[in-house]
Design a protein around this ligand. Structure first.
Ligand code: GLN
Length: 479
């Protein structure tokens, strides 16, 4: 039965739990057993609460027995990135500065997952405050890529990706500021969706760069990602940037195909990719064309300007957002004879090297005399990227590119070269700058390592994006 449970996708598992064919407790015990085997090698989690998961499952089973209708994620084990506030687990964003902090409230997404019957199985590792592309910047530990334990799982949502691919959770939540859902999805061979900015409430997400941050689903299949998207999408009065628009049906109709869709293959993003990655994207383009889409190559040079603009805008926002961690209110407090000394030592000792680098870069870019030269200029480039996308989406329904220029790299390989690490995000960043949705879908392997391709769409086009992603997924043999 256990192998049977692990083989089910989220919709089938939830249906089986709803009908009483399997109990939620059986499901959770199966996943916990899987965790006890995989987790020592992979290191995806920062905290796990087996007891709480089992009692949540038992409560669900009792509710069903008493005739209650269970939700769309009934009994589904969900891993939560540790920058999402949870009352049941510490929430650290993988930073020492928040060590042991237990939030007084749940993020809206967490409440929605729980209300849908999802079981919070644990909190996953990430690059500290989501700053990174490898999960090596965690203040606690590294996470390994289950396909090759000497390699990174990508980042910053590397723990969530590793948890899903090694079946320690069936679904996971990640956050994506410049690619942190899609790049780890690509490097571990799963599906990761960054929704339109404002689709998913950011209430209770520890902020990195507020104008770019979005929460989204990570799953083994496109359908599972769509199912979770339906649960977490929707307006939330607690987030002023949340969009008050209806949530479309995403699962129904996902098999509708790509006939008559116009898809642009972005040549300048293809050119930055390693040969095997570029070849996989070309094959993806051919597969979509084979399904009836019109695929055309298009150069959108402005998208290549996204990377430098992002690395000014994101640190600028981060430097402001992270000012709140001063040793006074949350987590770690350093020594100091005066309040100022205490704050200095709290921040110096509590933050890791990459976070401090971003705070310094951001503060510099915002300071008097440099604001115009850096921040304002970067914002202008952001507008350029936005209008280039707008123009492209007047001619194309979707755009296709690599997700990451390379497959998973070796642990330690890029740690000494931040700029090389930043380059991992060149294909994913543009959709964050524009606020548009994008998805990574596995489409190929090289030397045993997964390759993801990215589909991008205009604002609020998630239904179309998921439909094309589904067609793409079906078009890859898995070899
Ligand atoms: N890797 C990018 C960065 O380091 C993006 C991170 C993210 O999306 N959270 O900023």
């Amino acid at each position: 039965m256990n192998d049977g449970i692990l083989a089910l996708d989220a919709a089938s598992l939830a249906a089986a739990v709803r009908s009483g064919e399997v109990t939620a407790v059986e499901v959770v015990e199966t996943y916990l057993a899987q965790i006890s085997v995989q987790e020592p090698e992979v290191g995806a989690f920062l905290s796990i609460d087996a007891e709480a998961a089992i009692s949540a499952a038992a409560a669900l089973d009792r509710a069903r027995e008493s005739g209650e209708e269970l939700g769309p994620l009934a009994g589904v084990p969900v891993a939560l990135k540790d920058n999402l506030c949870t009352t049941g687990f510490p929430t650290t964003a993988a930073s020492r500065i928040l060590e042991g902090w237990i939030p007084p409230y749940n993020a809206t997404v967490v409440d929605r997952v729980l209300a849908a019957g999802g079981i919070a199985i644990g909190k996953t590792n990430l690059d500290e405050f989501a700053m990174g592309s490898s999960t090596e910047n965690s203040g606690y530990k590294i996470t390994r890529n289950p396909h090759d334990l000497d390699r990174v799982p990508g980042g910053s949502s590397g723990g969530s990706a590793a948890a899903v691919v090694s079946r320690m959770a069936l679904l996971a939540l990640g956050s994506d500021t410049g690619g942190s859902i899609r790049q780890p999805a690509s490097l571990t061979g799963i599906v990761g969706l960054k929704p339109t900015y404002g689709r998913v409430s950011r209430y209770g997400l520890l902020a990195f760069a507020s104008s770019l941050d979005q929460i989204g689903p990570m799953a083994a299949t496109v359908k599972d990602a769509a199912l979770m998207a339906e649960v977490i999408f929707g307006h939330d009065p607690m987030d002023a940037t949340s969009l008050a628009v209806p949530v479309p049906a995403l699962v129904d109709g996902i098999e509708g195909g790509v006939r008559s869709l116009r898809i642009g293959l972005v040549s300048n993003l293809l050119e930055v990719a390693a040969p095997a990655v570029a070849a996989a994207v070309e094959r993806a383009a051919a597969a979509l064309a084979g399904e009836g889409a019109t695929v055309e190559t298009v150069a959108i040079p402005e998208l290549s300007l996204g990377l430098p603009a992002y690395y000014v805008v994101a640190p600028a926002e981060a430097s402001s957002n992270l000012a709140r961690y001063d040793g006074v209110r949350y987590g770690f407090r350093g020594e100091g004879a005066t309040a100022e000394e205490m704050m200095v030592s709290s921040r110096s000792e509590g933050f890791g090297a990459e976070v401090k680098r971003r705070i310094m870069l951001g503060t510099y870019a915002l300071s008097a005399g440099y604001y115009d030269a850096f921040y304002l200029r970067a914002q202008r480039v952001r507008s350029l990227v936005r209008s280039a996308f707008q123009e492209a989406y007047s001619r194309f329904d979707l755009l296709l590119s690599p997700t990451s220029p390379t497959t998973a790299f070796k642990i330690g390989e890029r740690s000494d070269d931040p700029v090389e690490m930043y380059r991992s995000d060149v294909c994913t960043i543009p959709s964050n700058l524009s606020g548009d949705p994008a998805i990574s879908v596995p489409f190929g392997k090289e030397g045993g390592l997964p390759i993801g391709v990215q589909l991008m769409g205009p604002a609020l086009a998630e239904e179309r994006l998921l439909r094309a992603a589904y067609a793409l997924e079906a078009g890859w043999s898995g070899e």
